[in-house]
Ligand binder design. Structure first.
Ligand code: DGL
Length: 268
């Protein structure tokens, strides 16, 4: 099996929700997880500055890690810079993620769907185009959350989150119109699935919370070279490599972060 790693990139620890799924599908693969925590949260960044940062940073990451593929489960980064990254590094295969608007439009019964994302993702033309292309028959409400990603970061390190703060962030997702109610909320930020149980608890009524992590991992699987001698080429052949790493752009992480990434099988 190739020693070249799969690189997973996010602004913080949110992409670990995707690493978790990828591990289940590809236990023999080597992963490098990069958190650009020096620049967290991405949701607040001005577009040009973030685009330039991502292109520059990926130049260094590709040179340093020589990954098989670069996965960007971060919606805020993908909807902004995927095209620029592909143009800047044409030899690198990038897997991005964009808000799961198409599956939500296919599944909704009421026709009322909300997309919960960072203010950055909500602003993007890319997101609006997805709605026009796939969900023109639905009423899609874009809800930009200022605090949820940071609440998820803190929750994952401390185990504590203020449920009233979660409730306040998700409340705008819930619409009632002519006797119909929102029935799907798209979790369009990698951080949010960490808080989904608190969202369920504080939601005004039950909805389907759409988490795309497994779909992203399955997409990765189809893009990676097949592993000979395995039943379905599903990268199940190797022993776990035990050398997976997490890298934080702000430098060595604190103790709580170290414990957190260890829980996901990463050394930092
Ligand atoms: N986790 C990121 C996303 O999927 C963004 C969080 C942030 O940095 O604001 O959009």
């Amino acid at each position: 099996m190739s020693e070249r790693p799969v690189l997973l990139f996010d602004s913080g620890v949110g992409g670990l929700t995707v690493l978790r799924e990828a591990r289940v599908l590809m236990p023999g693969r080597r992963f490098v997880y990069v958190a650009d925590d020096a620049a967290f949260p991405y949701g607040d960044w001005e577009e040009e500055a973030l685009r330039a940062r991502l292109v520059e940073l990926f130049g260094r990451l590709i040179a340093e890690h020589d990954p098989l593929i670069a996965v960007i489960p971060c919606n805020t980064a993908s909807t902004l810079a995927l095209g620029d990254l592909r143009a800047a590094y044409p030899e690198m295969r990038f897997v991005g993620t964009v808000p799961a608007i198409k599956p939500a439009a296919e599944r909704t019964r009421s026709g009322l769907v909300s997309v919960l994302a960072t203010p950055g993702t909500v602003k993007r033309q890319y997101t609006r185009d997805l709605i026009r292309q796939w969900a023109s028959k639905c009423h899609v409400r874009l809800v930009g959350s200022v605090h949820l990603a940071a609440l998820a970061e803190a929750y994952m390190r401390t185990g504590f989150v203020d449920e009233e703060a979660v409730r306040a962030e998700i409340l705008p997702c819930f619409m009632e119109e002519d006797g119909r109610r929102t029935d799907i909320v798209v979790l369009a930020c990698t951080h949010y699935p960490f808080l989904v149980n608190r969202m369920r608890k504080t939601a005004p009524w039950p909805v389907d919370w759409l988490d795309p992590a497994e779909a992203i991992a399955r997409r990765m699987l189809t893009l990676l070279p097949r592993v000979e001698g395995t039943e379905n080429g599903a990268q199940r052949g190797g022993e776990p490599q035990g050398a997976d790493r997490a890298i934080f752009t702000s430098g060595p992480p604190d103790q709580a972060t170290l414990w957190l990434v260890r829980g996901f099988g990463l050394a930092a």
